[in-house]
Ligand binder design. Sequence first.
Ligand SMILES: Cc1cc2nc3c(=O)[nH]c(=O)nc-3n(C[C@H](O)[C@H](O)[C@H](O)COP(=O)(O)OP(=O)(O)OC[C@H]3O[C@@H](n4cnc5c(N)ncnc54)[C@H](O)[C@@H]3O)c2cc1C
Length: 275
Amino acid sequence: MAEMLWIRPRTLSEALEYVKDESLHVHGGGTHLLRNWKGSIRGLIDLSELDLDFVRISKEWIDIGAMATYADIVRALRNSFPENVLVDALSRSASTALRNRITIGGSLALLPPWSNVLGPAIATDAIVSLEGMNRGLYPVADVQRNKLLLKGSLIHSIRIPVRHSVAVFHTEKRVAFDYPSFTITICADFERDLFTNVRVVITGVADLFARLESVERKIEGCSPAEVNSRAVCASLPISFTKKPLGSPQYLLELASVQLERCVMKLVSLASRKRG
Ligand SMILES: Cc1cc2nc3c(=O)[nH]c(=O)nc-3n(C[C@H](O)[C@H](O)[C@H](O)COP(=O)(O)OP(=O)(O)OC[C@H]3O[C@@H](n4cnc5c(N)ncnc54)[C@H](O)[C@@H]3O)c2cc1C
């Protein structure tokens, strides 16, 4: 059996040279890679020497390096920005041991249907910074839809605008340690008694994720008293495939109920902010 290469580049440019070789794979936390091993992999490019485990918070942005783990991110944001939706989303992912390993870079490269990053990243208008062949800044949805962007490139970091003042996250699981069947993220600004910049994202649907713009429009510009959560969530333009949790029809019914609860929670959070 050929020996597997374990490469630890010390600079970004060195890492980018290795990334050009398709038989070498970037190693983030290894939680997916090592469970889904492909025989064609000749070696791993371990990014742990590159100082990419940062979480930097300024007035405008939260910048998170690709090697920051879910636990790193929750720890950093919980103190300085506890209302950020990632705090709730990531702290409810997988198990404590896994949260100490799973990186934001590996999660964004993979974006599985059970991802707890995808919904919050889209709802907060996060931008992914790629280095290498496709160097540039890309909306998360573009990275999800076009995996070819990662060819010859690696995820360097993610930039999240500091904007939304109220956020709600829901993850639908059978038991605490389960892959989510779907997630719901709602983010909005709340100023002068009105919701603006409303984003509603559901993941785990047939098309992986959907931004529910029809729901957003019914909340945008409203005061908490004007939001009718039942009417807002009627006739959702989404569908599901069968999952261990239930049939497509059951999941659609459940998603409508949970979305209605999320909207009610948003209204209650905003009302409390108003005081
Ligand atoms: C039992 C279990 C339960 C889980 N539950 C959840 C959950 O509830 N919610 C959730 O969000 N996640 C969950 N996860 C994690 C998720 O399934 C993936 O394992 C994880 O997101 C991968 O991250 P990683 O850092 O370990 O990446 P790795 O396994 O290291 O890599 C994954 C892929 O990304 C590539 N990659 C890694 N880093 C980069 C980079 N910087 N640039 C480009 N490509 C890169 C790798 O080459 C590989 O193809 C769970 C995992 C397990 C094992």
